[in-house]
Design a protein around this ligand. Structure first.
Ligand SMILES: Cc1ncc(COP(=O)(O)O)c(C=O)c1O
Length: 382
């Protein structure tokens, strides 16, 4: 007898992880692969973090911590908002999580009920949509384009998202790298507060911007949920450690959910992350390399016939229009991997309806890797 599979489990794959598996299979079979698919730094955690992890291994029990995280880490995170944004944040509002991924689960469970509608930009990070669906919530996609820098606007909300309970924004965004100018973020925040819409601000790419600075939504809102992570700027994806800042009246609910769902975030990663805020020189050098890689791709890809991109204000992605090459971005990415060993992510991961004519290239690798990928793409087009 075939037993049932829950309806809620029928969510779309996170296609980039499927591409990663295919790329790893090719590498295991002896093929070479240039990884421009997964959105992660190609560097290890900074040296200070590694040293702190070694010390913790030698001296700490590494049992469960308090559910909301090590008090010293919550304080360090809160203190950094004073440095970066001039915000005096009560450390009690900081919740350390198992990557920002766990923060989304906690935030959505704490803020929304089954059936609630939550708006988000398309293209956008696929896990927002897929986590919402798995939790019985209804993602409401805002079809964004170059006119609104691929970001939500109040007009789009009026047009496509009546009756929503929540709005997710990300600035810089994945897959486009575009940002909301501060006045537009503030306008969206005001709109959400006036309309009783819970704003969830994903700030995971803060610290990785080019010629501009990303400001936290905490500057303009006390009711927003702010999500962040040690994965990207801090170069610690595999450590699975992130955080969120929640409104005071949501704190206990989030704590009870986290106690039951996760008990506590990983202890070793928390001890290590304590050192992360003192590693800025090394981390800023990573960002300087991303800037070089970004400039290189913007210069070289047009020579490969790929010349229309979302404006890359931040993060480490180029979201490229390939409509003149294909109307099947999955097939194009499959061909690039098998024919020239360049792994990229098809746009359908980020925009199910319109992503068949776009691809995302991650330029967080070494400059040599990015230059070689550009060279192969040029040769492939000839
Ligand atoms: C926009 C965005 N948010 C959240 C995440 C999840 O990050 P993590 O769970 O490693 O903190 C990612 C990962 O790529 C992302 O791009």
């Amino acid at each position: 007898m075939t037993l049932k599979l829950a309806q809620r489990s029928r969510i779309a794959p996170f296609i980039v992880m499927d591409v990663l598996r295919a790329a790893n299979e090719r590498a295991a079979a002896g093929g070479d692969v240039l990884h421009l698919e997964v959105g992660q730094p190609s560097t290890p955690a900074p040296k200070g973090v590694l040293a702190a992890a070694r010390r913790a291994l030698d001296s700490e029990v590494l049992g469960y911590t308090e559910t909301l995280g090590l008090p010293a880490l919550r304080q360090a995170i809160a203190k950094d908002y004073a440095r970066s944004d001039g915000v005096a944040l009560d450390p009690a509002r900081v919740v350390v999580t198992t990557g920002s991924s766990a923060a989304f689960v906690l935030a959505f469970l704490a803020a929304f009920d089954p059936g609630d509608r939550v708006a988000l930009a398309a293209p956008g990070y696929p896990a927002y949509r897929n986590i919402l669906q798995a939790l019985g919530l209804v993602p409401v996609e805002l079809p964004t384009g170059p006119n609104e820098r691929y970001q939500p606007t109040i007009e789009l909300l009026h047009k496509h998202a009546q009756g929503i309970e929540g709005l997710i924004v990300a600035s810089p965004a994945n897959p486009t790298g575009t940002m909301l100018p501060p006045q537009e973020l503030a306008a969206l925040t005001r709109h959400c507060e006036a309309a009783g819409i819970r704003l969830v601000s994903d700030e995971i790419y803060h610290g990785i911007t080019y010629g501009t600075v990303a400001r936290t939504a905490l500057v303009s809102s006390n009711s927003a949920i702010v999500v962040n992570s040690f994965s990207k700027y801090f170069s610690m994806t595999g450590w699975r450690i992130g955080w969120m800042v929640v409104p005071e009246d949501m704190l206990r609910a989030v704590e009870c959910l986290a106690q039951n769902l996760f008990i506590a975030p990983p202890s070793l990663s928390q001890h290590a992350a304590l050192a992360a805020f003192d590693c800025r020189a090394e981390l800023d050098a990573n960002v300087a390399r991303y800037a070089v890689n970004r400039a290189l791709l913007l210069e070289e890809l047009p020579k490969a016939g790929i010349e229309r991109f979302a404006p890359v204000d931040g993060a480490f992605y180029l979201y490229a229009d390939v409509a003149h090459i294909t109307n099947d971005s999955r097939e194009l990415c499959r061909r690039w991997l098998s024919e020239i060993g360049v792994a990229c992510t098809p746009g359908v991961d980020f925009d199910q309806r319109r992503g068949s004519a776009t691809v995302r290239l991650c330029f967080a690798g070494s400059t040599a890797t990015i230059a070689e990928a550009a060279r192969r793409l040029r040769a492939w087009r000839r």
